[in-house]
Design a protein around this ligand. Structure first.
Ligand SMILES: NC(=O)c1ccc[n+]([C@@H]2O[C@H](COP(=O)([O-])OP(=O)(O)OC[C@H]3O[C@@H](n4cnc5c(N)ncnc54)[C@H](O)[C@@H]3O)[C@@H](O)[C@H]2O)c1
Length: 272
């Protein structure tokens, strides 16, 4: 594991789910952690548990002034900000585009996209003052393709990808690396609790069976990738999106109606 001694990392949505896994791991590897979030009770409890190298700040990612306060907390408490993890995110209640109201669309875009934009905007000067650093934006495999019933979420995560690549071009010369991670389905409240306005949770209708690795992802799977991308080793990863898991085609069944056959390489048409 890379070490983060004397480094300060701000994690948004750091009070639970994947965010608290990231916070704990950075802290265990020597970092000072600033836990940004809207759940003050859980955030304060986590900071208390971790001790002097941790602070909780109330950070609503859609509010630029609370971003300024969070970055100020990092610099005042620990001297510098070295990495930002834009992890906070919300999903929409499942609905086709025709049945998605504009308020839902705007809310999802506000948190997932505008929140990430504001984070980059406000943190970049601090990272520059620190002599460089890393930003990792948590997108989704839904930011790589279409998913019926999730238009606001899908659009927001696609946009985070474009924003990341643009930020990478703008900040690279200041030694600030900017990357995305695209997690698959991860076992957190995100899938076990219904989204605001929904009655069923994703986990109730989701099966990991078609995945190459047929199990739910764990927050730690994403955390390990995150530590790699934020570590200031010699390897430079910049402006890339790392996909966490991908769909595997259904396994061919040996016989029966509707069976899928394994493609015969000899019959494949050459690519033009
Ligand atoms: N769990 C999955 O299957 C999955 C898959 C792909 C991507 N993701 C992404 O991973 C990230 C973390 O999600 P998670 O799985 O830990 O879900 P989660 O619901 O447990 O965590 C989301 C966090 O974001 C916080 N948050 C929501 N609105 C906020 C706001 N306005 N300001 C600050 N914080 C706010 C919540 O309080 C919560 O702590 C999200 O960006 C999500 O889109 C999750």
């Amino acid at each position: 594991m890379p070490r983060f001694d004397n480094q300060t990392v701000l994690v948004t949505g750091g009070t639970g789910g994947q965010g608290s896994s990231h916070v704990r791991a950075f802290h265990a590897e020597g970092a000072n952690v600033v836990i940004g979030g809207i759940d003050a009770q859980r955030g304060a409890a986590l900071a208390d548990e971790l001790g002097t190298r941790a602070r909780f700040v109330r950070l609503d990612v859609t509010d630029e002034s609370s971003w300024s306060a969070a970055v100020r907390t990092a610099e005042n408490a620990f001297g510098a900000l070295n990495a930002l993890v834009n992890n906070a995110g919300v999903q929409n209640p499942p609905a086709t585009i025709e049945y998605t109201d504009q308020a839902t669309w705007s809310r999802i875009l506000d948190v997932n996209l505008t929140g990430t934009f504001l984070g980059i905007k406000v943190a970049a000067p601090a990272l520059r003052r620190a002599g460089g650093g890393a930003i990792v934006n948590i997108a989704s495999t839904m930011g790589l393709g279409g998913t019926a019933h999730y238009a606001p979420y899908v659009a927001s995560k696609w946009a985070v990808r474009g924003l990341t690549r643009t930020a990478a071009l703008e900040l690279g010369r200041d030694h600030i690396r900017v990357n995305t991670i695209h997690p698959g389905v991860i076992a957190t409240p995100f899938i076990h609790e219904p989204a605001a306005g929904a009655t069923t949770a994703i986990a109730e209708f989701y099966s990991p069976e078609p995945f190459a690795i047929p199990r739910l992802g764990e927050p730690g799977d994403v955390t390990r990738l995150l530590l790699f991308l934020t570590s200031s080793g010699r390897v430079v990863h910049h402006g890339i999106g790392v996909r966490h898991r991908r769909w595997a085609p259904p396994r061919p069944r040996p016989s029966g109606r509707g069976r899928m056959s394994t493609p015969d390489p000899a019959r494949r048409r050459p690519r033009s």
